[in-house]
Design a protein. Structure first.
Length: 218
């Protein structure tokens, strides 16, 4: 993955909630668990490479359900989070493992930026301008809210995360790519874009490439 998106990620990548809470147990959260012995061995640096791949896969599967994981799952995940020291470092570790872990990491970096840009007035102005030209771009119809406001980008992020949580990786990937491409074009076509908007467009270009490279094969 390009260094820039991770380096530019600020704050939380495991996301603030936008919209109504998911129903408890909707996707079998009670069945999620991390092997505590495996976590301990990883932290100690004694876990084998195959078991580390398995651990990364288990973590990637759990992350979209971090809102409502059972207590035992949270207790198992906490030492791992403490070991890495930041969500960015956790994502960088997941990115080292191909398949679902890498895809999950790259999508979560995108989601973190969508939440961040939800509060950027210049970015929202560029988004409003883009929607004035094309209210529902390809790939986003059925996902975009009618009005463009500070919940628009966070709402897209929530839908992407829900698709991941429902094990619809290809749909989550398609929506993530459509979102990144739309915002990249919105930045390019913005009226008198400021530095934040230009940076957003550049980042979205990086994210589109990174997610494309990690996307599941058709």
């Amino acid at each position: 993955m390009h260094d820039k998106p991770l380096l530019k990620s600020v704050g939380e990548l495991l996301r603030r909630r936008h919209g109504p809470a998911r129903a408890a147990g909707r996707s079998g959260q009670e069945g999620f668990a991390l092997d505590s012995a495996m976590v301990s061995d990883f932290i100690a640096g004694t876990l084998g490479s195959q078991d580390e791949e398995r651990l990364a896969g288990d973590v990637a599967e759990m992350l979209p359900h971090h809102w409502d994981l059972p207590t035992k799952s949270v207790e198992a995940l906490t030492p791992l989070m403490d070991h890495f020291g930041s969500q960015q470092k956790l994502m960088a570790w997941l990115d080292d493992h191909p398949g679902r872990p890498r895809l999950t990491a790259r999508i979560y970096v995108l989601l973190g930026h969508l939440d961040q840009y939800s509060e950027d007035h210049a970015v929202l102005a560029a988004v409003r301008h883009a929607r004035a030209q094309d209210p529902y771009p390809d790939g986003l119809r059925g996902y975009l809210t009618p009005d463009t406001n500070d919940a628009t980008l966070g709402g897209l992020a929530s839908r992407i995360e829900e698709l991941l949580g429902d094990n619809r990786e290809k749909d989550a990937t398609a929506l993530a790519l459509a979102t990144a491409d739309w915002l990249r074009r919105a930045a390019r076509n913005a009226e008198a874009p400021d530095a934040d908007v230009r940076e957003m467009g550049e980042l979205m270009g990086h994210m589109h490439q990174d997610i494309s490279e990690a996307a599941p094969s058709t």
